[in-house]
Structure formats: C-alpha cells, structure tokens
Design a protein around this ligand. Structure first.
Ligand SMILES: [Cu+2]
Length: 142
C-alpha cells in the first residue's frame, strides 16, 4: 500500500513537472512568401532559439499539405537543395531558416497565399531524451 502511494506520488510528480516544464524555445520572425494564383510552391523562414538541445523533426500545417525541411549545399560549385528529416537546434544558439540557407519548402496547397494573412505552422520537436513535443506558431504571409 505504501509502495502504491509512493508510486502514484511519483507519477503525479512526473506529470506535473512535464506540464510545468514549458519548453523554453523562442521562435521569431516566422514568415511565408506570398504566392499568386496557380503557384504551387513557397518558402517559409524563421529563427529559433532554445535553452536545450533539440531536433526539429518536421513542420506541418492544415493549410499546407506538404512542408519539407531543406538544407542548401554547394556541390561542385552548384547550389542544391537537400531535404532533411532532422534539423539540430543547439541550445543557446539561434538557428535561422533563411534565404540561401536552410528553409521550409511549402507545397500542395489550395489557392494563393495572400500577403497579410497568417498560417498556423506546427513544429514537431524531439529532445535529447527522445521526448516529442509540438509548438505551434502563426507565420505571417509577406
Ligand atoms: Cu527548398
């Protein structure tokens, strides 16, 4: 009985610390390039700053069916984009999705992405204990 109580106490503690441990991650300047009617591709940029090492495993949105994470590499003097399933976010170091560097590629969406509107993006992270969590943000279309 004592053991059961203790176990329940530990479980309760774990649950509460999990809820209380709001992830200290700052996501700023999230924006998406506007598109014209008929365009089927766009890009999104943002900066991320975390107080713990994280891995960004994917980005999803109900507005945009396909979002790929791309790195830009230079191969034999030619700039190429490579899809990746993991982006490392080192603690205390701002990671930027930016033009000419890593970026989010947006595909398979209906209708133009109009400047001034916002799109909800959900970022899926994994911490070093393999614990997954999501963070949703509003990206402004510019
Ligand atoms: Cu790309």
């Amino acid at each position: 009985m004592k053991f059961l109580k203790f176990t329940l106490f530990i479980i309760a503690l774990l649950i509460s610390t999990d809820i209380l441990a709001a992830r200290d991650i700052r996501i700023e300047n999230a924006w998406i390039g506007s598109t014209d009617e008929g365009d089927d591709m766009s890009v999104a940029y943002m900066s991320l700053l975390s107080h713990e090492d994280l891995i960004l495993t994917s980005v999803t949105s109900s507005r945009i069916k396909t979002i790929e994470m791309h790195n830009t590499i230079i191969e034999k003097g030619i700039m190429k984009m490579r899809m990746t399933n993991e982006i490392k976010i080192e603690h205390g170091k701002t990671f930027e999705f930016k033009s000419g560097g890593s970026h989010l590629m947006l595909m398979d969406f209906k209708g133009p992405l109009k400047a001034g509107q916002k799109v909800k993006l959900i970022l899926h992270f994994k911490d070093k204990t393999n614990h997954s969590f999501d963070k949703s943000i509003d990206a402004l279309i510019k």
